[in-house]
Design a protein around this ligand. Structure first.
Ligand code: HEC
Ligand code: HEC
Length: 219
C-alpha cells in the first residue's frame, strides 16, 4: 500500500503564507517518493494483452482490449492535441482548459502565420520553462478530434479512412506504437502526468485489438 500525499504546487502569493507553506511542503516531501509526478498518485499500470486471454469470445476480448487501450487514448496527453475546436487544450482532468494564449490551428495545424506553435514549442520539452516540445508539434486535424467523443465513437472514427488520415488498421497500429509525437505522451515533461503504461504496451494492446477483429465497444 503506497499512498502518496498529493503535493500542491506551491504558489507563495502572500508573504504571510510563506512560513506555513514551507513547513507543510517540507513535511509532505519527507513522506513522498521522488518528485517525478507530485500532483497525482501513481496510475494503475496498463493491463497486459495476456491478462485478457481468459475472455474466450474473440469479439468480447477485442472490445475489452480496446477499452484498456482507451485509457491511453482518452488521457489528457492525447486529447489535448485532438480537440474538437480550433484551439488545443492544456492541463489535466478537470483542470483541462482551452490553450492560453489563444492559438488556433491555421491551415497546417501549426498555427497562424503570426503565432506559430514553434514560436513557443521547440524540438524538445523545455526543462526550464516547462513548455512541452517535439519537432513535429502540431494539432490533430478536425476530423481526428477525440474531445467529447465516447470511446465507442473514437473507435469507429479510428477505423474510418475518411477520418483517420486514410490509414489502414496496420498503419494505425504503426502510428500508435512507433510515432514519436504519440510517444511524447509518455515523457511529457514538467509536472504532467504521463499516459498510462508504456508506448510498447499500448502498441501491443492495439495490435491484439486488431488481430481479434478490431471490434468497438457498444457505447
Ligand atoms: C505563445 C506561446 C505558445 C504558442 C504560440 C503555442 N503554445 Fe502550446 N503551450 C504553451 C505553454 C506555455 C504550454 C504549457 C502550459 C501548461 O502546460 O499549462 C503549452 C501547452 C500546450 C499543450 C498541452 C500539452 C499537455 O498535454 O499538457 C498543447 C496540446 C499545446 N500547447 C499545443 C499547441 C499547439 C498545437 C500550438 C500551435 C497551434 C501551440 N500550442 C502554440 C505555449 C504556447
Ligand atoms: C502534440 C500534439 C499531439 C499529441 C500529443 C498526440 N497527437 Fe495524435 N495526432 C496529432 C496530429 C498532428 C495528427 C495528424 C498527423 C497525421 O495524420 O499524419 C495525429 C494523428 C493521430 C492518429 C492517426 C489519425 C487518427 O486519429 O486515427 C492517431 C492514431 C493518433 N494521433 C494517436 C495519438 C495518441 C494515442 C496520442 C497519445 C498517446 C496522441 N495521438 C497524441 C497530434 C498529436
Amino acid at each position: 500500500m503506497n499512498r502518496i500525499v498529493p503535493l500542491r504546487p506551491v504558489r507563495l502569493l502572500l508573504p504571510a503564507l510563506v512560513l506555513s507553506a514551507l513547513c507543510g511542503t517540507a513535511l509532505a516531501q519527507d513522506a513522498s517518493p521522488p518528485m517525478t509526478s507530485p500532483m497525482t498518485p501513481a496510475m494503475a499500470p496498463l493491463r497486459t494483452v495476456r491478462s485478457f486471454d481468459a475472455i474466450a469470445d474473440p469479439q468480447e476480448r477485442s472490445r475489452a482490449l480496446f477499452v484498456e487501450a482507451g485509457r491511453v487514448i482518452q488521457s489528457p496527453r492525447c486529447v489535448n492535441c485532438h480537440p474538437s475546436g480550433d484551439r488545443p487544450l492544456q492541463g489535466q482532468g478537470v483542470q483541462r482548459r482551452l490553450h492560453i494564449p489563444n492559438v488556433t490551428r491555421g491551415v497546417d495545424g501549426k498555427g497562424v502565420p503570426a503565432l506559430r506553435c514553434s514560436s513557443c514549442h521547440q524540438a524538445q520539452n523545455n526543462v526550464a520553462s516547462g513548455v512541452p516540445g517535439h519537432a513535429m508539434w502540431h494539432i490533430a486535424p478536425r476530423e481526428m478530434a477525440w474531445q467529447d467523443l465516447s470511446l465507442a465513437e473514437i473507435c469507429e472514427q479510428l477505423k474510418d479512412p475518411k477520418r483517420n488520415g486514410n490509414r489502414t488498421l496496420a498503419q494505425i497500429h504503426e502510428h500508435m506504437a512507433h510515432d514519436t509525437l504519440v510517444g511524447w505522451a509518455w515523457m511529457p515533461g514538467a509536472q504532467r502526468e504521463p499516459a498510462p503504461g508504456t508506448q510498447a504496451q499500448f502498441g501491443a494492446l492495439v495490435d491484439a485489438w486488431i488481430k481479434t477483429g478490431a471490434f468497438c465497444p457498444a457505447k
